[in-house]
Write a protein that binds this ligand. Sequence first.
Ligand SMILES: NC(=O)c1ccc[n+]([C@@H]2O[C@H](COP(=O)([O-])OP(=O)(O)OC[C@H]3O[C@@H](n4cnc5c(N)ncnc54)[C@H](O)[C@@H]3O)[C@@H](O)[C@H]2O)c1
Ligand SMILES: CC(=O)[C@H](C)O
Length: 247
Amino acid sequence: MADRKRFEGRVALVTGGRTGIGRAAARRLLSEGAEVITVQRSEDSEFECIQADFSQPGAAEMVINEVIQRTGRLDILINNAGMMTESGIESMSVSDWEKNISVNLTTPFLLIRAALPHLRKTGGCIVNTGSIEGISPNPMHAAYSATKAGLHGLTRSVAVDHGHEGIRCNAVAPGWIDTELNVNMIDNLPNADTFKDDIKKIHPIRRTGTPEEAAALICFLASDDASFITGQVYTVDGGRMTQLSMP
Ligand SMILES: NC(=O)c1ccc[n+]([C@@H]2O[C@H](COP(=O)([O-])OP(=O)(O)OC[C@H]3O[C@@H](n4cnc5c(N)ncnc54)[C@H](O)[C@@H]3O)[C@@H](O)[C@H]2O)c1
Ligand SMILES: CC(=O)[C@H](C)O
């Protein structure tokens, strides 16, 4: 764990901070001095938290109001909560499509919109969790990949529109990170056991990633070490996107 205190005196909000990549980011931010609040649908025994379901109207605005009421400030917004519905385009219901858009794209937009007045005061920053699937989709992931591509675009727009106010906005695009999201995806596969071995082979470094490896990039982008970086989408994928596939 890092011995630097890059986030001393700063308040960080991490959506989806109870599990996976968000949990690793919350722990790293805390270990480096931040006051961290997590948001998800259930209670969080480890962190101060706000319970909210981002598929419900009003949740994003309520969360930012609650952070300001509790702490009086917001320095770092990590838009990390996300969901993935697996379905072909023809079999996908409009309600599933809209839920993916709502949680993965509209919620970050609403959180950013509500957070901007507070980030302006602190010279704060935003880090969005996109995905390599926002660049190249896996099969049957139309809704997921569309939302992540949208989130990459939103990242660039926020950077362009608000850079002059001292607000930075970047995204990470993780590849295969071992979390519940992927475990749930593998469990739906007929060849789950061989898949776990095969997935390693498509990575030049021959393994999948850990939540801590994605969180390290999130925390770098949230820190003053990245003070001249904005509007960027950084891949953290063990080289998967760099390697062309062969039959
Ligand atoms: N695991 C990967 O391989 C991978 C790769 C690229 C991107 N991502 C992205 O990383 C982010 C975190 O995912 P993860 O892999 O840590 O999986 P995860 O399932 O552990 O985390 C997802 C989090 O989002 C929260 N969430 C989902 N729907 C919500 C809702 N309606 N309201 C409130 N919270 C909700 C969950 O509570 C959970 O904490 C997601 O945005 C995901 O798309 C993951
Ligand atoms: C879930 C996700 O984004 C990966 C790349 O499978």
